[in-house]
Design a protein around this ligand. Sequence first.
Ligand SMILES: [Zn+2]
Length: 256
Amino acid sequence: MNGVVNRQKQEIERKKSNNIEHIETRIPSPKTTGAENYKRHITYMFQHFEALVTFYDFQTARIRRSNYIGNQKATDHAINILINGSTKYNKNRRKNTRRNKGKRRKLNSRYTRDLSNTKQSKKGKQAARAFKKKFEEGDKSKMPMIIFGDGLKNKSHVQIKGLRHGVIDKLYRQLKRRENLGELLLLDIDEYNTSKTCNGCLVKNLENLKYGGHKIHQILNCNNCHIFWNRDVLASKSMFTIATPIWSGNGSPSVF
Ligand SMILES: [Zn+2]
């Protein structure tokens, strides 16, 4: 999302071509209790000190900086999708539809015309401000509420090869920060009961659908009112049922 993978590839290539990879893979471990082993580590490091220092130069610093910036941009972007809606769920944000193109052309022409005519006069400034308002969406007195299930939390330490990990914690921290800025409301919910209680009758009497002696994990059947639920749909509906009374200040409903 932010180019880290590409940069890593380039860095590995550069390491290979400078013979640094060969040096680095052979470093004797400093994690030892034996003085002799540690001495070996130190002598090795001093032997290759020159090569390592010349390799880790401005180029590496630049890459680290780009990674850092990219990282922050990516999390911010993710949160912005949650707050403002992405192009997927908010058609106005799409760039290349014909209608949007026309709208943009109109706005752009107005923007450039106003600025060029008035040389930062009062009118020009006003026009610029009016233009900026177009980016803000919706009613400002409304605030998005983001529900965070605890099933997502504390999973970051589980590392799966080839998959991104540690993202949720970052997102959560960023969400907390935005909450402090007053841009959204964050609500933590205990997920445990959300897929155990029927959303139609609010009775805890659900069973997995059985087919040929096998339980189907994804589909639940309410024994009380006989509704079939998709597990994920049920969970999100339950979260909404929990969130609404909390929002109006009545506390979480007793079934959950
Ligand atoms: Zn039911």
